[in-house]
Write a protein that binds this ligand. Structure first.
Ligand SMILES: O=C(O)C(=O)C[C@]1(C(=O)O)C=C[C@@H](O)C=C1
Length: 318
């Protein structure tokens, strides 16, 4: 690398995504950052993405958040819960929707005839994929691969990569057609997801700047924006959760998502079972009076709470 190239490389922003190349997270990263201002860098796990952004190895990270068929990605939510205290400085600044079209991919196999419209896959004994993919393809898997053992991998592209370095044609993967092409595998069945409009939503994260992005208390127009917050409630107080939810109604904020994950606070020694953290997503942005007031009031009734980010609605852009 020449000195000039090196300087150019330094000026580019680094984007961390769930690798290897040709994962759906890679597709989401390309969709948003696929031009010469950015260097896209694969890592192995979703936590690696959080860590890369937290320790400044990357400027931004792209993480899978929610699938239209199979719901939330628990690993991502757990990292936003920040139980270890390592990721409290991160915030969400954007979202990308990617159409997820899964395929059964395998080593080139000329001896077994396969018709994509009427696949005969009974010879496959082992199937690799990311855990999210199993739940998105239940109908096809029970109809055509009911006996195959499922082996979890860190991503669908990793599943394809593992099949490609093996030699046994009875081992296949669920991944995208792009991953099949990249890892030189055959597509043995296409569009195997339960719903034709299967879509995953990805979030873009960064380290929070020291100054607030939007002036608090102004009449910022939050139309077309979303906010995610997390909170915990005193678990022995009747009505504590209802009091928290009433705050959103009082400020006319439209709750568009609500998720719960097991969580044990530092106050409980980090060990207590059957405690929860709640995540509420709603329309609006920080800096808008109704959002700022609601967050302030929520902190008055919740045990703890954290603003995780406000970002422009990905679907609003069309
Ligand atoms: O495994 C991949 O390719 C990913 O990018 C991860 C992921 C996810 O975690 O939801 C992304 C999209 C699909 O929903 C399946 C898997």
């Amino acid at each position: 690398m020449t000195k000039a190239n090196g300087a150019q490389e330094n000026a580019r922003q680094t984007i961390s995504f769930l690798g290897p190349v040709a994962s759906y997270t890679h597709a989401a990263a390309l969709q948003r950052f696929g031009h010469s201002d950015y260097v896209l860098r694969p890592v192995t796990t979703i936590e690696d993405i959080f860590a890369a952004v937290a320790n400044s190895t990357a400027d931004r990270g792209v993480v899978p958040f929610e699938n239209s068929t199979n719901g939330i990605v628990p690993a991502t939510l757990d990292l936003f819960a920040n139980a270890t205290g390592k990721y409290g400085e991160l915030e969400i600044v954007g979202e990308e929707y990617v159409a997820v079209n899964h395929c059964i991919v395998g080593l080139p196999l000329t001896s077994v005839p396969n018709d994509a419209a009427k696949p005969n896959l009974s010879y496959i004994t082992t199937l690799y994929s990311h855990p999210q993919a199993w739940g998105q393809c239940t109908k096809f898997l029970s109809a055509h691969l009911a006996k195959a053992e499922h082996v979890d991998t860190s991503s669908t592209s990793r599943a394809a990569e593992l099949v490609s370095v093996g030699t046994d044609p009875v081992v296949a993967a669920i991944s995208s057609a792009l991953a099949a092409k990249h890892y030189k595998l055959d597509i043995l069945a296409d569009s195997i997801q339960n719903t034709s409009n299967n879509t995953t939503r990805f979030l873009v994260i960064r380290r929070s700047p020291t100054s607030s992005p939007a002036k608090s208390g102004s009449d910022n127009d939050g139309t077309g924006w979303k906010t995610l917050i997390s909170f915990t409630v005193p678990h022995t107080t009747p009505g504590a959760l209802a009091d928290c939810l009433a705050v959103f109604k009082a400020h006319d904020l439209n709750l568009t998502g609500f998720h719960t994950r097991p969580f044990s606070s530092q106050a409980d020694g980090g060990e207590a079972a059957w405690r929860y953290i709640f995540f509420a997503e709603f329309g609006g942005r920080r800096g808008e009076s109704s959002v700022d007031d609601a967050c302030r009031e929520l902190l008055g009734v919740a045990e703890s709470g954290r603003w995780l980010g406000s970002w422009e609605n990905g679907t609003a852009k069309g």
